[in-house]
Design a binder for this molecule. Structure first.
Ligand code: FES
Ligand SMILES: [Fe+2]
Length: 536
């Protein structure tokens, strides 16, 4: 196992926008203790203060001892050593910041000290206070930078901890004692490759198996509200069954089987008549709960077609295809506050939804695949990583300013920081001032078909929303990007069906995709507790 020393102590990426996690109470306590010195009006240097406050600030500057290994490949122990220096530096920096603030605070108290006031004019005091105010603001800014450093260093430590855990697991699962580093597997000899395969590689090969009923027990968003007018019908395939969406008399959406009870005619070829869907063959009419209320030219029979629980929330129509009772609440897929939705696009794609999710959860392919669209001109980084500081299925890409999340059962949410067009490397999402937010919903239509819902939002240029025909431009761009992927994924699908394993040799940057597959495998096996989920 190797890691690259991107976490050199003095080159940590800094986000100035992370919220402050320092306890204000802690600072108040320090301030209170500090005021005692001010009342006595002691004049002392930074060094004097250091000695008075004992060992709190008596920490050696670690910068001279940082291992010089930026850009080099390190083994995990060396990488941990670098991370240790990162933390030491953060600790030293935080102490310096705190000392500066304490000293400035003391000066403020001194300026306001009634014992000293008689010797100073109001003008002098005002000037001194204004200067101190400026210095305090600067010191606070420095604290925020330090805090961002700490957060980043902790993220990197968490990532390394994961690497170590993976390594331990790999060693434990290894049948022999000679498991080699995947990064050094350049040999083409089959025996050599076999020896170096990660022992817990996935097997996603052969024709797609029938969907496990467990996968159906989720709320699935299947259409955008704006596409479902009072008199329109939206036919959808979901888990290999044809359904149709339409609005009832009360305006609420419904989802019924798209097959007439009489002679199996597709209902979506008909029309909506006063909140009932009318079959185009002999005119039978069904309500949103599937009850047949009209049978022209014959005696009305008690007939009902299947319907699914169907709700509308936050601009989307949701269905529950499973047999279990639906959960009472629907997840929220809204973009973060400050974003405006600019495009909502639906596409039907000739690939299995898992393969599409694998593709969407992978960013490492961008500089090779998307050379005509969004990744045009991107350089190929020496190392791409997906860091998951918060929980198992979300995190961010390093070195790209892109946050990403897999949201079960089939959603991908991503936020892309935009600074300079075409220059995505070397910044975190929070450092960018403008962002693009994407939602991809991959609905399993059938074992080789996906209905993709794509929603794009921006936190800048709201005026774009009002430009005529802009929607067509967004659609054109989305299709272009997707087409760059499609030809590759279709090829993967063909090989997979013929027995190739599409997850034959996952590497470090495949982490999120692998985690999706672990989740999906658990669903397919009917596991009660799913990985990366909160206990039920
Ligand atoms: S097939 Fe639908 S009414 Fe006859
Ligand atoms: Fe792609």
């Amino acid at each position: 196992m190797t890691a690259i020393a991107t976490a050199g102590a003095l080159s940590l990426p800094i986000s100035l926008r992370r919220s402050c996690k320092f306890s204000s109470k802690k600072f108040q306590g320090i301030k209170r203790g500090f005021r005692v010195y001010a009342v006595f009006g002691e004049e002392s240097s930074l060094e004097d203060k250091k000695s008075q406050w004992g060992t709190l600030f008596d920490v050696e500057d670690p910068r001279s001892k940082v291992p010089q290994c930026k850009g080099k490949f390190l083994d995990v122990y060396q990488a941990l050593e670098v991370a240790r220096y990162d933390i030491q530096y953060c600790d030293w920096r935080a102490r310096q910041d705190l000392l500066t603030i304490m000293l400035l605070h003391e000066k403020v108290v001194e300026v306001l000290n009634p014992l000293a006031r008689e010797y100073k004019s109001i003008g002098t005091m005002k000037r001194e206070l204004a200067e101190l105010q400026g210095e305090l603001a600067q010191a606070h800014k420095q604290v925020h930078i330090s805090e961002a450093r700490v957060a980043t260093a902790l993220d990197k430590l968490a990532y390394m901890e994961e690497l170590v855990n993976d390594k331990l697991l790999e060693d434990r699962n290894a049948t022999g004692s000679d498991v080699a580093s995947p990064s050094s597997s350049t040999s083409t000899e089959s025996s050599e490759v076999k020896r170096k395969l990660p022992r817990k590689s996935l097997d996603v090969s052969g024709p797609v198996k029938p969907y496990h009923p467990r996968l159906k027990n989720f709320w699935y968003p299947v259409a955008f509200s704006t596409d479902l007018k009072d008199d329109t019908m939206i036919p959808i395939d979901c888990f290999e069954e044809p359904w149709v969406l339409f609005r009832g008399k009360d305006g609420n959406p419904g989802c019924v089987q798209n097959t007439c009870a009489h002679r199996a005619c597709p209902l979506h070829l008909g029309s909506v008549n006063e909140g009932r869907i009318q079959c185009p063959y002999h005119g039978w009419e069904y309500t949103t709960d599937g009850k047949c209320e009209k049978m022209p030219s014959t005696r009305l029979l008690n007939v009902k077609i299947r319907s699914l629980p169907c709700l509308e929330q936050e601009g989307m129509i949701w269905i529950w295809p499973g047999d279990d009772p639906p959960t009472p609440t629907l997840p929220s897929l809204q973009p973060p506050s400050g974003f405006v939705i600019h495009a909502e696009i639906v596409m039907e794609l000739p690939i299995e939804h898992g393969l599409l999710l694998d593709n969407l959860l992978d960013l490492a392919h961008a500089p090779f695949t998307h050379t005509s669209t969004f990744a045009k001109g991107w350089t190929v980084p020496s190392l791409v990583k997906f860091l998951t500081p918060a929980s198992g299925l979300q995190g961010y890409w390093d070195p790209y300013p892109i946050d990403m999340e897999f949201r079960p059962p089939c959603m991908v949410l991503s936020t892309i920081g935009i600074s300079k067009p075409g220059k995505l490397e070397g910044q975190s999402t929070k450092e960018c001032t403008t962002h693009l937010h994407q939602l991809h919903v991959c609905i399993p239509s059938s074992r080789n078909k996906t209905r993709l819902l794509y929603r794009m939002s921006l936190d800048f240029a709201p005026v774009l929303k009002h430009i005529p025909f802009m929607h067509y431009l967004w659609r054109h761009f989305a299709e272009q990007v997707l087409n760059e992927d499609l030809r590759l994924v279709i090829g993967q699908q063909e090989r997979m069906i013929n027995g190739a394993n599409v997850w034959n040799l996952p590497v470090a940057y495949d982490k999120l995709g692998v985690r999706y597959r672990l989740w999906r495998n658990a669903v397919d096996q009917g596991d009660k507790q799913l990985p990366f989920s909160k206990p039920m």
